[in-house]
Design a protein around this ligand. Structure first.
Ligand SMILES: [Fe+2]
Length: 136
């Protein structure tokens, strides 16, 4: 994506030296337009789609609407360390979706490096459920 499509890497999660766990890439000035996350699950390739929300209030309205339709939240709301955006995740029709708000804009520069999953996931101290490791 960097070499052919001119994406820039905003952040890299490397849980051990030489191990690429995830990379967040941008084709705009948003922190990320695409994230690539490794999975040990054979045949699985999608962790989630993200839906851009206007604000935390918009995210709350969407979560209330999900509740009205009986769709449980998998995890959230919270704020990610990587990207610093607000998040809430849920599953519908076999795929995970993220409600995402407050995605920051970034300037060109060297990618940020992360090796601590809890801090990368949320500086608020939230941890995802075991199900969050699964993809579709
Ligand atoms: Fe996301």
């Amino acid at each position: 994506m960097v070499d052919i499509l001119d994406f820039q890497i905003s952040d890299i999660f490397a849980p051990a030296p030489g191990v690429m766990g995830a990379a967040w890439l941008r084709a705009s000035d948003l922190h990320h337009d695409v994230a690539i996350i490794s999975t040990p699950e054979p045949g699985k390739s999608l962790h989630h789609y993200a839906l851009g929300m206007e604000s935390f209030d918009h995210l709350k309205v969407a979560a209330d609407e999900l509740a009205r339709h009986g769709v449980p939240i998998e995890t959230g709301p919270g704020r990610h360390g990587v990207g610093a955006n607000l998040y809430t995740y849920f599953w519908v029709a076999g795929n995970r979706y993220e409600l995402s708000a407050e995605m920051p804009r970034v300037r060109p520069g060297a990618p940020g490096m992360w090796d601590n999953f809890p801090k990368a996931f949320s500086p608020w101290g939230l941890t995802p459920p075991e199900s969050f490791g699964h993809a579709s």
